[in-house]
Design a protein around this ligand. Structure first.
Ligand code: MRU
Length: 379
């Protein structure tokens, strides 16, 4: 059997299908998503012709990851506008589809503001829709640019913290091309040092229960020819105690004003392990993930997902993935209750540094986050 990922790696890691793209076939504009519930087995596109379909794609994680959710939100508003749906209602549905990633609401607000400015200034619906679409495209461009800058800043930070290269980096969830208009957040840094020949090994946490690490990050790592090893989340402790981890790199879904970081559940235990073992715990996120309106970690709303994602194994090749109870292979007795928060919150004192497109915040304090927010408002 041909290892298609090895073929891609040998070809220099060509960009796969974009994780999200706007298209205008004769039947009308659509938002096309790379269906992340079907990876790594299939590269299948999901075509959203309306906002309810997009909201469903957000809820089922066909489209996911904070920066990409921002783009989905912005393009979703544009889709409603150009197709003549109720734009205000669509914006509300999109912004409420998932609660933790602050970028989703941010993307929605940006496109909605562009739409309202034209519509409220006497422009027709067509003109207002075009303005929303232009704003979504601008956000897309900015996201790709921010990703490239984070990669640069993150690589410089690694060289400062760990002189000599040969990094063994541990990551959690998926933070690569699949979450971004560019190369992503934490995984963009990993790609950068990989290309520079400085990556010895990428340790990939499988990321229970929806396996974003094994299904998505390992897929990206394989395609790019990185030396990577997959581990079950509960094996991380033994890896640290064996001295096999030089730094942890993760993304973020929301960073509160005090520097608390909400990210995929399982990030906080890694931060505790990292501190105990004197290993840097580095968060890579665009400034759009910082939410000055959320004062601290306790104020971050953590999405609670259905228990059957834990009590059942849902083969990813089922169209729509882990969607309803009873569709999967039982992993626990019928009726078992499950605790299934999608995210956890790491307090700022456990975060060595936050890498943004504007530079590195370290140490992570409320003042330093405030300073970052004022710098990002200036550009
Ligand atoms: O539930 P998901 O898959 O959307 O969660 C994604 C994460 O937690 C990522 O680590 C986070 O969005 C940062 S990606 C840049």
């Amino acid at each position: 059997m041909v290892d298609q990922n090895a073929v891609y790696a040998a070809a220099g890691d060509p960009t796969p299908l974009p994780s999200l793209r706007w298209d205008e076939p004769p039947e009308g504009p659509v938002l096309v998503l790379l269906d992340q519930t079907r990876l790594p087995g299939e590269e299948t596109e999901l075509v959203c012709t309306d906002v309810p379909a997009l909201v469903e794609a957000v809820r089922t994680l066909a489209v996911r990851g904070a920066p990409l959710l921002g783009l989905a939100g912005a393009y979703g508003v544009a889709l409603a506008a150009v197709r003549g749906y109720d734009v205000e209602e669509a914006a509300g549905l999109l912004a409420g589809a998932r609660p933790t990633a602050v970028n989703l609401g941010y993307g929605v607000r940006r496109a909605l503001a562009a739409y309202r400015k034209v519509a409220g200034g006497g422009g027709g619906p067509e003109e207002a829709g075009a303005a929303a679409l232009a704003e979504a495209r601008e956000l897309h461009r900015q996201d790709a640019e921010a990703s490239a800058r984070m990669a640069e800043h993150g690589a410089v930070l690694l060289r400062e913290l760990l002189p000599g290269g040969g990094y063994r980096l541990l990551t959690h969830c998926n933070t690569g091309r699949l979450v971004s208009g560019g190369e992503g957040t934490a995984l963009a840094v990993v790609r950068k040092v990989h290309r520079a020949g400085e990556l010895r090994r990428l340790w990939v946490d499988e990321t229970r229960p929806l396996l974003q690490g094994s299904r998505l990050t390992a897929w990206e790592a394989a395609r790019s020819g990185m030396a990577y090893t997959l581990l079950s989340d509960n094996a991380a402790g033994s890896l640290f105690s064996a001295g096999e981890v030089d730094a942890v790199l993760v993304g973020a879904d929301r960073i509160a004003a005090d520097g608390s970081v909400a990210n995929k559940v399982g990030s906080y235990p890694l931060a505790v392990l990292a501190r105990y073992h004197h290993v840097p715990f580095i968060v890579v996120a665009p400034s759009t993930t910082v939410d000055p309106e959320t004062p601290d970690g306790a104020s971050i709303e953590v999405e609670q997902r259905p228990g059957h994602e834990v009590t059942e194994f849902v083969p990813t090749q089922v169209p729509g993935g882990a969607r309803e109870a009873g569709m999967g292979i039982p992993l626990a007795p019928l009726g078992t209750q499950a605790y299934n928060p999608a995210f956890d919150v790491t307090p700022p004192e456990l975060v060595t540094a936050i890498v943004t497109e504007h530079g590195v915040v370290s140490p992570v304090t409320g003042d330093a986050i405030g300073d970052l927010c004022s710098r990002s408002r200036q550009v």
